[in-house]
Ligand binder design. Structure first.
Ligand code: HOZ
Length: 433
């Protein structure tokens, strides 16, 4: 008999491309049918057939406090009672801007938008308007949302689907996007030399979390900072995943590097659709209505989304011990997984930092896009289905992160490691068609 998820998926594919509203939710690279999620609470999610999973997707990052947190839920209900959207300025937007600027010192001014994609698109426009230059440097395997200029050698769903240079992007939109290998400062230096006075901005994920999780090597972030300063280019940190996750000050606080602009995403909305970009006052004052760089949005700074985000950020600000716990959970996972790999002789690499982790099925260290792509994705598919059968809901792609939240426990991590050990000892699942 078909499960309810299977029946829903059959209907979904008739009316929604691939049956999903974002490709990363599809199970195409791992086989089988996406689980349709009905509800989630804390670290758990239940599918349409009533099966419970420990959830390590966490809406791709924002559920840092776990699902359905009571304070956030209450803030959302209170805000919704007053109205869902006004298309006019509200006090909550001012509070949000002040809070972000106080938590992330490089951000002197900030503009709210509705997604990470919008944040990146707008930050790039601001950088181009500010410098009067057109070219952008990005890194292979970094994902900065789906705006045309960023769909060049991109990570996340486009890497999973094997279409890193999406169709439908006019050549003209991508010709000003230059790419370098992550962690390769020489290549960045060469691009700056070959394009003197033409580079508006360099954008990167300070911890790459859309080609799996790849850490910056020692000196890499310092190096890109120095090169941007030397060549008068705007350094943009895409902190859609790392912002408020690797610490209250994001990856820039964690590594002690100051970008010129930062993009944020869904974490600010605690599960509501939110993004933001901000940074140096002189760059942000190029944005309309102060300056000539146009960017707008009816739902930007939406009152319900602001209420959810303010509730989450205030809890994070008031409870630094949450970050200590997140770091401990991440370390338990990474150290425990290393032990599992040693004991079972499995050829795999565990990567990550803080509350981000990833397991690559390759013998070589993963430092960039080519080394990430060496991972055996067939084996990942079998591992994924073994996890799912063991009640673990992780991203259905090799090239995504495992997200830990404050609702996870050491027992959850131990159960994950047990499932991984069982997989490596040969109790493999078959990959469904
Ligand atoms: N690409 C992001 C995850 N790595 C966001 C999820 C999505 O694309 O839907």
């Amino acid at each position: 008999m078909m499960t309810k998820s299977e029946r829903l998926f059959e209907r979904a594919v008739q009316r929604i491309p691939g049956g999903v509203n974002s490709p990363v939710r599809a199970y195409r690279s791992v086989g089988g049918t996406p689980r349709f999620i009905e509800r989630a609470d804390g670290a758990s999610a239940w599918d349409a057939d009533g099966r419970r999973y420990t959830d390590y997707i966490g809406s791709w990052g924002p559920m840092l406090l776990g699902h359905n947190h009571p304070a956030i839920w209450e803030a959302v209900c209170k805000a919704a009672e007053k109205g869902l959207s006004f298309g006019a300025a509200t006090e909550a937007e001012v509070e949000m801007a002040e809070l972000i600027c106080s938590l992330v010192p490089s951000v002197e001014m900030v503009r709210m938008v509705n997604s990470g994609t919008e944040a990146v698109m707008s930050a790039i426009r601001a950088a181009r308007g500010y410098t009067g230059r057109d070219k952008i440097i990005k890194f292979e395997g970094c994902y900065h949302g789906h705006c045309d200029a960023m769909l060049v050698k991109a990570g996340s769903g486009v890497m999973t689907a094997g279409i890193p240079d999406s169709a439908g992007v006019p050549a003209g939109c991508a010709e000003d996007t230059l790419t370098a290998a992550y962690n390769d400062l020489h290549e960045v230096e060469r691009l700056f030399e070959e394009n003197r006075g033409k580079i508006a901005a360099l954008i990167l994920e300070p911890v790459a979390a859309n080609m799996g999780v790849v850490l910056p090597q020692e000196g890499f972030l310092e190096g890109v900072r120095a090169l941007c300063s030397r060549h008068g280019a705007v350094l943009i940190f895409d902190e859609v995943i790392t912002g408020f996750r690797l610490g209250i000050g994001g990856a820039q606080g964690f590594y002690g590097i100051t970008p010129d602009l930062t993009t944020f995403g869904k974490i600010i909305g605690a599960g509501m659709p939110v993004g933001a970009y901000g940074g140096k006052r002189e760059i942000m004052e190029c944005v309309a209505p102060v300056g000539p760089v146009y960017q707008a949005g009816t739902l930007s700074g939406n009152p319900v989304a602001m209420a959810a985000g303010l509730a989450q950020l205030r809890i994070l600000k008031g409870h630094p011990e949450i970050y200590e716990k997140l770091g401990r959970l991440g370390d338990s996972f990474r150290l425990g997984m290393k032990k599992v790999l040693e004991q079972t002789g499995a050829k795999a690499q565990v990567t990550g930092t803080g509350s981000l982790a990833c397991l690559f099925f390759t013998e070589e260290p993963v430092i960039d896009y080519p080394s990430a792509k060496k991972s055996d994705t067939e084996r990942f598919g079998r591992y994924f289905h073994h996890l799912l059968k063991s009640g673990i809901h992780a991203a259905p792609s090799q090239f995504e992160a495992i997200f830990f939240s404050n609702a996870h426990t050491e027992e959850d991590i131990a159960a994950f490691l047990d499932a991984a050990e069982a997989f490596f000892r040969g109790e493999d699942c078959q990959r469904p068609d």
